[in-house]
Design a binder for this molecule. Structure first.
Ligand code: AMP
Length: 430
């Protein structure tokens, strides 16, 4: 026998009943986005590789090590193929779409959200996959529309707090920092480089590499032995210019006023090049090593670096896989059960069972139609196994009288109901 084909490493099937939790999450976030006036955008999964090189940054782990990218077949022999990539994140695609579709011509700030798969060739482990899902949002627009305001940052963070609360996620921690503007970061990078010179030989191999390519990333290191060294390095907040300092202060002031708790984390720099000023992560203790549920920040120069007009913005991406994991571990959301199991009383009843099922489903009642090998005890057992809340028996007498036996499979109680009253007996009162 030929070997069976497996899902590609780092990818997985999402199966029922777990998909119920995914649907629950997506329904809640769509409702929160509606209330905060965010609108859905869907960008392609496939993009030009250069998009990520120019936005996320060539020196980042994501672009240098984790991209699924390849040269596409050339159209003619004389031509070279275009380099394509599966998107590793969605902010770059949204900003590309903003530029390409001239969305700055629309009035005010653009407020987008997206839900979809992202791809990174990381080492798979619990909470880390090569195809994973993000729910994200972006607020972007010309400076004249107020896109630089710290009030936007605070509003986005407050929405996230509301969103996690609505989902029933408890004990989340908002970690907040300002990574300043490009000039601040350059000065900080230089200071880091200088400070690292004498100590980097004592650090891990990754840090030794980062110290050369991207010293900021040293602050992300999780190796325990490196921590005391990192603690002694210069801190980002000492390098903020007046504008960035005031911006950060205002964000914190609003958050405090509206009652969103946060923790300042001076070492939070985030892995992508495009971030400026406010940077944040929400973490959750239940997730273990991969404890970030979501991350985001401001990206004021991103549009320009992709050839667009000035369009400051702020956004975030929630790891949906991790969100679902947190919910399953903490809340244990119950799988939704089907309302009615219809048990046809013998083969002659298939037609009537189908007709009744159609009527009930059109009234939003969820229905399983049982098979017609009717034996009362066996049929009720099957109905219970499916998790149905009620069993409905359909025989000649029921059809001619229009009165049906409806058995509550939880309590065992049985009642007789008229055909048109079945939906109201099984659906929760509105
Ligand atoms: P990032 O774009 O790296 O800031 O990621 C934002 C969020 O996406 C993280 O906080 C994680 O929750 C999630 N995430 C990132 N990479 C992965 C991955 N490989 N597998 C699962 N979730 C991920």
């Amino acid at each position: 026998m030929a070997g069976s084909i497996k899902a590609v490493r780092g990818t997985r099937d999402l199966l029922p009943p777990e998909t119920e939790t995914w649907n629950f999450v997506e329904a809640v976030v769509r409702e929160v986005f509606r209330v905060y006036n965010f609108h859905e955008i869907r960008t392609p999964i496939l993009e030009d590789l250069q998009l990520f090189q120019r936005s996320v940054g060539e020196e980042t782990d994501i672009v240098s090590k984790e991209m699924f990218a390849w040269e596409d077949r050339a159209r003619a022999q004389s031509e070279k193929g275009q380099w394509l990539a599966l998107r590793p994140e969605n902010t770059a695609g949204v900003v590309r779409a903003y530029i390409e579709n001239k969305l700055w011509e629309r009035p005010g700030l653009q407020r987008f959200y997206y839900i979809g798969p992202q791809f990174r060739r990381e080492r798979p482990q619990k909470g880390r996959y090569r195809q994973f899902y993000q729910i994200g949002a972006e607020v972007i627009g010309p400076p004249t529309a107020g896109s630089e305001s710290p009030a936007v940052d605070a509003e986005v963070l407050e929405m996230l707090a509301t969103l996690l609360d609505r989902l029933g996620i408890q004990h989340w921690i908002l970690e907040l920092n300002s990574v300043g503007c490009a000039a601040d970061r350059q000065r900080f990078n230089e200071a880091l480089r200088a400070a690292l010179k004498d100590v980097v030989h004592k650090m891990c191999a990754d840090c030794q590499r980062r110290a050369v390519t991207n010293p900021l990333r040293v602050l992300d290191c999780k190796v325990p032995e490196d921590q005391p060294i990192i603690e002694s390095l210069p801190k980002m907040n000492e390098f903020l210019d007046e504008g960035c300092r005031a911006h950060f202060e205002e964000v914190r002031k609003i958050l405090t006023a509206v009652g969103v708790p946060f923790k300042i984390n001076n070492r939070l720099v985030r892995g992508l090049d495009y971030y400026t000023r406010t940077a944040f992560e929400f973490t959750h203790g239940g997730l273990g090593a991969q404890n970030a549920i979501l991350g985001g920040g401001r990206y004021d120069g991103l549009s320009e670096s992709l050839g667009g007009p000035a369009a400051p913005g702020i956004g975030f991406a929630i790891g949906e896989d991790r969100l679902v994991m947190t919910l399953q571990e903490t809340a244990g959301t119950a799988a939704r059960s089907v309302d009615i199991y219809i048990a046809p009383l013998g083969t002659g009843m298939n037609v009537e069972a189908a007709r009744l099922a159609r009527e009930l489903r059109r009234e939003s009642v969820s229905v399983i139609v049982g098979d017609d090998s009717f034996r009362l005890k066996k049929s009720l057992e099957t109905a219970s196994k499916t998790g149905a809340r009620y069993a409905l028996i359909v025989g000649e007498n029921e059809i001619s009288s229009g009165q049906f036996a409806l058995k509550n499979l939880g309590t065992g109680e049985q009642i007789t109901v008229a055909r048109n009253e079945i939906p109201s007996k099984v659906l929760p009162a509105k």
